[in-house]
Write a protein that binds this ligand. Sequence first.
Ligand code: SF4
Length: 399
Amino acid sequence: MTEILAPAGNFEKLKTAINFGADAVYAAGRSFGLRAKSSNLSQTELSAAVQFCHSHQKKIYITVNIFAHNSDLQKLPSYLQFLNEIKVDALIISDPGIFLMAQQYAPDIPIHISTQANVTSYKAVEFWQRQGAKRIILARELTFAEILTIREKCPEIELEMFVHGAMCMAYSGRCLLSAFFNRRDANRGNCSQPCRWQYELIEKQRPDQRFFVEEDEKGTYLFNSKDLCLFDQIKKIKTAGIDSIKIEGRMKSAYYTAVLTRAYKNAITFADQPEKIAVFRDELKKVSHRKYTEGFFHRFDATDTQNHEESSYIRNYQYLGKIVKVKNKLVLIDVLAKFSLGEEIEFIFPDQKKDISFTVQEIWDADGNEIEFTKPNTQIYLKNSQKLPAFGLVRKKIS
Ligand code: SF4
């Protein structure tokens, strides 16, 4: 069975991913990963995360995929030794220097070559295989035909591919826009995403006059990539013998992780029964996303991968919180966003058939007082007479 690999931007998201069907998660420590703005995991949390995953017979891969400069190298040996000791299941690496150091300081841990290394041909796969890599995370910029050729010519190595999430306008991360505008280096995990901005032109002698660079009346988003979504290609991907499919999004919410992990888990499991996965196609629209594209899957042509009209997210649903416990027909909820009496809300669970929606008729605060609406970062009680499964999240439709 093809592995479902889900993002774990922090410990809570990691647990959510596992509970909602991930076979493996990828996460970072506080350094050397490419999502510096995500809270990531402390060393104590990394140890606990490995134990949690292994106790659920799941795997955890740790990103060490910055392009290291000399100044980064000093702290790497002790960090790699630590990852070796806690027995993470793989290191995700793009930099050949870090690859060498990982072989020296974390010799027991398999190495996966990050998509950041831009592996785009079977010869590049062969190269990394000879160096000792266990898995290649293929470049997002490959067509499916190219992936099939790689699979055929390199049958022994594990192949992983991204199937969902944000994309760069450059070969993943090989981009200096953020370093140029903000002095924040995308290749050391600190991208500020200037590819999503709208651009205008200012002539040096007329600083107060802005010249609109106008593609059309909606503006000009020169570099703005759509989000990848290969949900409808999962059967082909599974049949091709791809070992692992990956969901991007360590900076996204636990809700995002839950909905997408559940959708792709079902898409893989029921790849031959389209009637069983139709409902999850709709679920893909219930997380915050940009317009979807199938990227380079069909052909190497970037025309359809960019959105030149606007860069805002499409948000149809709001994540309201998570169910903490259910006792005596009362549901205790950690609230993240406001909802009020009379609103329609939904509980979602790992098994989508158990999801329920209902109108909120009574709310109590943690002290048992009746209230009319919830406040973020509080706990509240709702009444429920049904038996609820574990690990529920709460959402509402907003448009
Ligand atoms: S600025 Fe955009 S294209 Fe460049 S690395 Fe960041 S996300 Fe990717």
